[in-house]
Design a protein around this ligand. Structure first.
Ligand code: PGA
Ligand code: ZN
Length: 421
């Protein structure tokens, strides 16, 4: 039984150059692991709180020195001496110590950093790959799932808060068929990504990339972005509806105000009925496989209408709506608001609570999508996590940029390892 003997943290930078936390953990048996946490831009208001210093003279208010200090002085010492196999106890110690609903006292970023590094270092002590140790934890949480190398959802075009272009919708996805092995799915994503880049160049559209590695073009409308993507796929060796499918993360909270949604596709703002009609039109043209955050994060009635209109046809995914929060997931199941969840550990703040949310969603037969954040580090924890909990899909951005491909590359290694067994 290995025990935690020391935890220490530092401030590092994420992929946007914004400070985040890196933490190390040593066991009395000698193993040391290091882990870091990501950060969102289109952050939902129901997420656990990421603690920042808010001191304008330090990193424009974005530094996390207080959260680092919280780890070094309070949270870290509180888990010294605990059995590292007892993830549930480690996490409940951190939750109790913070004592707030949304982890605002010590910061969800500080708490998650310790929770994840404990999982990682325990896998070293147990001489197990991280995804297998996470699978053990998932089973302990009652999730009845085998390890599974998930199907990638590639974010090919970045709009909203992630893109330098002018699109309102945040993400335009290409999703390979779930029957493909991961390495074939990755190849498919890369080939379409390259074709799309050339296509945008030929059209004279901006083809530099946004926060998640997808292109951030200057197009006229959101529907134009889907059309460009559609045409690039047609030029590639893949067939839409057979080899690949299209999806959207609308992230609608960002362009919602006072009951209306303002998008460049329409000259006047839309109410929820009109936006739903527009989604129906888009869907009849492009046969989407998935739509995420189609309405704003508290628009429960609009979500229910969407579910009524599209259930059985496509996966309706809640991200900002659910915020990886167990109560919100239970409500969404009861009210029939969606049938898929974007799982982001930093929205809730510990590994154990994330597993609890997955258990609830799985029991309702929802699709599970394990997700990165738009501000990432090269840590590939989320790739092991996705495989360990048996996620149906992963969302790690475009197949480009170091912090995105570190996750895809990790899935390649895991798939090879699992096939060798
Ligand atoms: P975020 O975006 O990390 O900026 O919240 C990801 C998403 O909305 O899925
Ligand atoms: Zn989202």
């Amino acid at each position: 039984m290995a025990k935690i003997s020391k935890v220490w943290a530092r401030q590092i930078l994420d992929s946007r150059g914004i400070p985040t936390i890196e933490v190390s953990c040593r066991l009395d048996s000698g193993e040391i692991a290091t882990s870091s946490v990501p950060s969102g831009a289109s952050t939902g208001k129901h997420e656990a709180i990421e603690l920042r210093d808010d001191n304008k003279d330090l990193y424009c208010g974005k530094s996390v020195f207080k959260a680092v200090q919280n780890i070094n002085d309070v949270l870290g010492p509180s888990v010294w001496g605990l059995d590292v196999n007892d993830q549930e106890k480690i996490d409940s110690r951190l939750i109790e110590l913070d004592g707030t609903e949304n982890k605002s006292k010590y910061g969800a970023n500080a708490i998650l950093a310790i929770s994840e590094v404990a999982t990682k270092v325990c896998s070293y002590a147990n001489k197990k790959p991280l995804y297998l140790w996470i699978n053990d934890l998932a089973k302990r949480a009652g999730i009845n799932s085998q390890t599974h190398v998930s199907t990638p959802i590639f974010n090919m075009i970045n709009g909203g808060l992630h893109g330098a272009g002018n699109l309102d919708f945040q993400e335009f996805h290409v999703i390979p068929a779930t029957s493909k092995k991961f390495d074939e799915a990755l190849r498919c994503g890369v080939e379409i990504y390259m074709t799309l880049g050339k296509d945008l160049e030929r059209r004279g559209a901006i083809h530099s990339v946004g926060d998640e590695g997808g292109y951030a073009p200057n197009l006229f409308t959101n529907a134009d972005a889907l059309q460009v993507l559609y045409e690039s796929i047609k030029q590639s060796n893949y067939q839409i509806g057979r080899d690949v499918f299209l999806g959207l993360d609308v992230a609608a909270t960002v362009f919602y105000s006072n009951g209306e949604y303002k998008i460049r596709d329409k000259s006047t703002p839309l109410n929820d009925e009109a936006l739903l009609e527009y989604y129906k039109q888009i869907n009849s043209q492009y046969h989407l496989a998935l739509i995420e955050d189609a309405f704003y994060e508290d628009g429960w009635d609009s979500w229910k209408k969407l579910y009524q209109a599209f259930q059985g046809q496509l996966t309706i995914v809640g991200d900002d709506l659910l915020a990886t929060n167990p109560e919100r997931v239970v409500r969404a199941i009861q009210e029939k608001a969606c049938n898929g969840i974007l799982v982001k550990p930093n929205q809730v703040g510990t590994v154990t609570e994330t597993l609890k949310v997955i258990k609830i969603a799985r029991d309702a037969e929802w699709k599970i999508i394990s997700s990165h954040r738009s501000g990432e580090t090269n840590d590939s924890f989320i790739a092991d996590f996705a495989v360990g909990v048996g996620s149906d899909f992963v969302k790690f951005g475009a197949p480009a940029r170091g912090e995105r491909v570190s996750k895809y590359n990790r899935l390649l290694a895991i798939e090879q390892e699992l096939l060798r067994k």
